[in-house]
Design a protein around this ligand. Sequence first.
Ligand SMILES: NC(=O)c1ccc[n+]([C@@H]2O[C@H](COP(=O)([O-])OP(=O)(O)OC[C@H]3O[C@@H](n4cnc5c(N)ncnc54)[C@H](O)[C@@H]3O)[C@@H](O)[C@H]2O)c1
Ligand SMILES: N[C@H](CO)Cc1c[nH]c[nH+]1
Ligand SMILES: [Zn+2]
Length: 434
Amino acid sequence: MRIIELNETSKKNILENLLKRSPNQYEAYANIVDQIIKDVRNNGDKALFSYTKEFDKADINEANIKVTEEEIKKAYQQVDNKLLEILRKAKKSIEEYHTKQKQNSWFDASKEGIILGQKVTPIEKVGVYVPGGKAAYLSTVLMDVIPAKVAGVDRIVMVTPPDTKGEVYAGTLVAASEAGVTEIYKVGGAQAIAALAFGTKSIPKVDKIVGPGNIYVALAKKAVYGHVSIDSIAGPSEILILADETANPRYVAADLLSQAEHDELASSILVTTSRKLAEEVSTEINKFLESLSRRDIIKKSLDNYGYLLLAKNMDEAIEVTNEIASEHLEIMTKDPFMDMTRIKNAGAIFIGEYSSEPLGDYMAGPNHTLPTNGTAKFFSPLSVDDFIKKSSIISYTKEALEKVHKDIEAFALSEGLSAHANSIAVRFDENYSN
Ligand SMILES: NC(=O)c1ccc[n+]([C@@H]2O[C@H](COP(=O)([O-])OP(=O)(O)OC[C@H]3O[C@@H](n4cnc5c(N)ncnc54)[C@H](O)[C@@H]3O)[C@@H](O)[C@H]2O)c1
Ligand SMILES: N[C@H](CO)Cc1c[nH]c[nH+]1
Ligand SMILES: [Zn+2]
């Protein structure tokens, strides 16, 4: 991996290169995605089955699209007990963490004659996309479904692409059942997103779609936004490690490699004040690489989007870290908690040398569906908030309204809205009494 000294030009070039990975840069795929969505909207199941045949090479029809109880039972028989135990442990910590995010309705009656409040209601029907192309994402099932359950969502509809035999990986089915999914359908890609957004004979229309996926899925979510709500548009994985001379180069190298294996488009960046550390990390990466299974993906991702960046001092290191706004940020410095207080933009922050990123992917409890491609500047991790909505509550007695009625009427008239003014005034019209 190359070592690059930070200056204005190198910073600009790196930021531009990283943004090439954004779903916003893939308009070339938009035509095919729009066509798939239109087709599913107009032709329902027929289009859905035909795209599943074309892209997933699977024969799916009305009779086999929905995963049955028998298929779930069979999946449990196929899954190792040890894995089931691990899934349950992960579920417990994800549940504990997300329960702390829960917001309650509140009512304030502290002013005479007035009750104001906020009523929290779960979204009724949610669609969860679980990727099924290049890898099985059991952990993503837990991360996307558990916050919906904690929020109190009634109906959780999961979609995931089938294999060529028309089946879904047993581990994915078990994770879905453990997490509490209501129903599972064997469809993927843009066609699955369109089906959830508009409904077909086999698949129910939902109110919101969440979950990561490839470029077709990301663009389809973007296209149906407005017909349904969506979470953020998750792009390829990212890690940035902020480290000084006290960091262990082996740990830094191992952690950079962990996200590189997700995708050729994943990005892995070290920002350090120590040239010695950068050189040692480069050596350690080469040593580890030989023993890793997804070497080809890792090499491509490191060649295109891997950087060892040398900063003049911690101020410059933190400034570029905030500018990149990485999905995952690890801090391995002398005083990582103090440095964390200066971080403004990051999806998840891992503090200290024993908080390696995969801990957050699987077990710690916080969500691993995080903002990518610099969107941590304005987006947050998937959370219970994504599965609720709020209604404002307003209740005034006659006496309370009387104190402000003249102000409201004047305010309304200043906007030229006499019917608004009238709706208040009519209640204090002395010619009529109730
Ligand atoms: N951010 C996160 O939390 C997170 C978690 C897990 C996975 N991911 C990401 O999700 C992505 C998963 O992608 P994937 O491809 O493995 O699975 P996927 O399920 O997203 O995509 C597979 C589907 O893509 C469609 N497709 C494939 N080729 C097509 C074509 N030529 N035209 C139209 N549609 C086509 C097919 O319908 C297929 O079912 C990866 O980029 C991974 O990094 C992110
Ligand atoms: N690191 C990914 C999110 O960027 C999530 C994941 C799932 N499995 C392993 N990792
Ligand atoms: Zn990961």
